[in-house]
Design a protein around this ligand. Sequence first.
Ligand code: ADP
Ligand code: 5GP
Length: 202
Amino acid sequence: MSSIADVYRKEKGNLIVLSGPSGVGKGTICKELLRYYSDIVYSISATTRKARLGEVHGKDYFFYSKDEFLKMVEEDAFLEWAKVYDNYYGTPKLFVEEITSRGKDCILEIDVQGALQVKERKPEGVFIFIVPPSKEELIRRITCRGTENEKEVAKRMEKVDDEIALLPQYDYMVENDNLQKAVELIRCIILAERTRIHNHKK
Ligand code: ADP
Ligand code: 5GP
């Protein structure tokens, strides 16, 4: 027999979109979240970028050639896709559908172009923008990460103002000044969203 709460509980899991400028800490936050909370599933993106040292196909990303990626675009395999800097990135649609249909929350760590595409298609998603404490700190973080050269860091910084201008289109803003605090805030958002009442009339 179902409980009173079951009648009003949403059947599908939430689609949680983490977005924000490059170097703000999206990937780090996501890894921490997934390390502590096994009830959230990470959406593994497809990309045409080359794997970095230690990155594993099927764990960090699905690494594809440009031809393979564009074929998937033609086949409508992506929930969203975008050219970010010099490479293509996309969220495989079937995986997200399968996870959320099973009542599990699925987290997407994607750029702002992709996040807004998801918002068009899945307005019921939970959209979280991660903001850096300052631009100086953002430069420091990208530089310290050591995965981009000076030119690439500058390219990322050129886009920051345009990305932050899109912040009002999100549901939540989390400042990543302290990693553990940011992770806990996002955890609270995810838990609160699970208590949202499913309105059968909508
Ligand atoms: P993104 O995925 O948004 O591009 P990353 O997760 O790769 O960013 O983080 C960029 C760099 O910033 C990494 O070196 C990471 O260790 C560091 N970082 C992330 N969060 C914090 C924080 N709260 N304080 C200091 N450094 C951080
Ligand atoms: P990186 O190459 O550093 O892993 O990621 C570069 C940027 O691409 C980051 O801002 C990251 O959030 C974004 N990204 C990763 N996967 C996807 C995706 O599937 N779709 C979109 N639109 N952006 C993505």
